[in-house]
Design a protein. Structure first.
Length: 180
């Protein structure tokens, strides 16, 4: 992209304090930043603006940020979209990329990480090491919980029911592993 052209970024984040911090950080780097805290707010922005960049939180209250990724990609397939999440899982990473995200980052991530993800685009990196990662029972459980969580649109009560687990037990497990 032309470095002299204005860089318009839309930030879809429901945590107001985090959104303000990230917005200020991107503005210091020369971006014009619009913020939305929901799918509805995002659609209103897209009626008027055409951002080239987007940062989307995976979990927006009771909504899934994946719907926002899909909306952004449909609006402009060339848009660079980075998904941020404190609920990282293989299932949601795959879905985010399939729906049009350029990159998927686990929280805590900062502006440097996000800009690096924008720069990498979707070209990929063939030098990424293929070292085997031993999978523990806890990791398998975590990934399964997040797959069911995604399938139930991030509804904690429904996820607990599908897993045959008490809602408070699931909430404790999610609180223990949440990053950021």
């Amino acid at each position: 992209m032309d470095d002299t052209a204005p860089r318009l970024l839309v930030l879809v984040e429901d945590d107001a304090a985090f959104a303000r911090t990230l917005k200020r950080s991107f503005e210091r780097r020369g971006y014009s930043v619009l913020t939305a805290d929901s799918q509805t707010a995002l659609q209103s922005i897209l009626e008027v603006h055409d951002p080239s960049y987007a940062v989307v939180d995976l979990k927006l209250g009771t909504e899934s940020g994946l719907v926002c990724v899909q909306t952004l990609h449909a609006h402009d397939p060339q848009m660079l979209i980075v998904v941020l999440t404190g609920f990282a899982s293989i299932a949601t990473a795959v879905e985010a990329i399939k729906l049009g995200a350029s990159h998927y980052l686990a929280k805590p991530s900062n502006t440097d990480d996000i800009e690096a993800a924008f720069a990498r685009r979707s070209a990929g990196d063939t030098t990424t090491p293929l070292a085997p990662r031993p999978t523990s029972i806890k990791t398998l459980e975590w990934e399964h919980i997040h797959e069911v969580l995604k399938d139930s649109d991030f509804n904690i009560s429904e996820t607990a029911r599908r897993l045959g687990m008490h809602r408070r037990t699931l909430a404790r497990k999610l609180a223990k592993r949440q990053v950021g």
